[in-house]
Write a protein that binds this ligand. Structure first.
Ligand code: ZN
Length: 423
């Protein structure tokens, strides 16, 4: 059997942060090249689309999940649930079940979770990620890597996040053994969930890294049996900070002489609060109250612009309050109870940075932030496609066999994929 020439293998490990692997020998045996990458301000709902599109949130339009939009809200049918006891409706198991029902009913294709959004107010909000950024046509604005690959007839394999890491790894093995792919994107989300649960100092983290090493070595053996060159990249989207201080921000805002839904609207994410105002008094009172909170600060417009997160229509919030690393807003609309660790702090905070590891001898100097991974993917996919096509043509003889990749759709291996939940 002949081998194809080149396979770029991109292994995305959610929350594979620079501080997580910095003092660990993770993957040095087969991916010794390492670089610290700047992350994107926001959660995985911002980071993953930025990696997949090579652009920043203000450019691709995917940032935080819930946005104030009472006219456009698809959640009106959930309002009667506000009469149910909170003992039921705040439970994670109930929320998970209901999220699946709502996702199916509304035909959302990406990741969807109601988190801890109060049913009393849910009809004020829309959900900003109705399509999956991990599929062609999945961005709110512009294109992503799968549009790029499909448009050029580059055949690829991508994980299905509805499946386990083990199933996705096995499917990648099958795709490599069949040999017809020029690009592979593997998605492993479990490190993120583990870090949220146990924190970044737990002994479970190095154990998980060892398990990932064994899995990647197994994938490499298969890849190298079927491809002459495997260009391996392992990367994360952000790190993880332990949460040692809890902040009940709702207890500070709720007593103000203002009415939610009438004077203002707010989404309490785990590390930021996003406000919309319907009168000047509300804007002044909320801003004055937030200025008294030492655990965080209001981000100025210029700073949001530098972070690539300033939206001219302020659709994600007119005022963004961000806490410093290590503080967790709880209860929030993301969770009722504390978790051990969180991300979504300022990208300049120590634990925000992501890691990139590779078996390539060098990485271009201009790869400095996670959206730059897109350029690596596009470059290597193009390179592999050209190499594999020429090798196939040479072996079969031009004009004798059918055109190498004409028979198969570029998305033959593409499967439904969603982004990682942020708990
Ligand atoms: Zn997370």
């Amino acid at each position: 059997m002949s081998r194809s020439k080149v396979l770029p293998l991109f292994v995305f490990i959610d929350a594979c942060g620079w501080e997580i692997i910095r003092d660990d020998s993770f993957a040095v045996a087969f991916a010794p090249g390492r670089r610290r990458l700047e992350s994107v301000f926001g959660y995985s709902s911002a980071c993953v689309p930025s990696i997949l599109s090579g652009r920043w949130p203000a450019e691709h339009g995917n940032w935080c999940y819930f946005v104030y939009d009472p006219e456009g809200s698809p959640f009106r049918f959930l309002r009667p649930l506000r009469h149910l006891p909170a003992a039921l409706t705040s439970r994670r198991i109930f929320r998970r079940w209901l999220s699946r029902v709502v996702k199916a009913r509304l035909k959302f294709e990406g990741y969807f979770d109601l988190y801890n959004m109060p049913f009393r107010y849910i009809s004020l909000f829309d959900f900003s990620e109705k399509r999956s950024p991990l599929q062609p046509g999945g961005m709110n604005q512009g294109t992503n890597i799968f549009d790029f690959l499909g448009g050029r007839g580059i055949r690829y394999h991508v994980s299905d996040p509805a499946q386990s890491e083990a199933v996705n790894s096995a499917r990648l093995v099958s795709a490599m053994e069949e040999g017809g792919i020029d690009f592979a994107f593997l998605y492993w989300p479990e490190l993120d969930g583990l870090l949220h649960r146990v924190g970044n100092q737990s002994g479970e983290i190095p154990r998980r890294l060892r398990a990932y090493e064994r899995a990647i070595e197994g994938l490499l053996r298969v890849a190298q049996a079927h491809y002459e060159e495997v260009r391996l990249y392992i990367f994360g989207d952000h790190g993880m900070a332990n949460c040692d201080e809890l902040l009940d921000l709702q207890a500070i805002i709720a007593p103000l002489p203002l009415k939610m839904g009438k004077d203002y609207a707010v989404v309490y994410d785990s590390t930021m609060a996003r406000f919309w105002f319907f009168n000047e008094r509300a804007r002044e009172l909320v801003a004055a109250a937030l200025q008294q909170v030492p655990q965080g600060r209001i981000l100025p417009g210029e700073e949001l612009e530098e972070l690539g997160c300033l939206f001219p229509d302020r659709r994600f919030g007119e005022l963004i309050f961000l806490v410093r690393e290590g503080v967790l807003i709880v209860p929030s609309h993301m969770g009722e109870r504390p978790i051990r660790a969180m991300h979504g702090y300022h990208p300049s905070e120590k634990h925000s940075f992501a890691a990139l590891l590779t078996n390539q001898p060098s990485i271009s100097e201009d790869i400095t932030a996670i959206p730059d991974v897109y350029r690596l993917m596009a470059h290597d996919a193009q390179l592999a496609w050209e190499a594999n096509r020429s090798s196939t043509v040479a072996e079969r003889g031009v004009g004798v066999s059918p055109a190498p990749f004409s028979a198969t759709s570029s998305s033959v291996y593409a499967e439904k994929m969603r982004t990682d939940p942020d708990t």
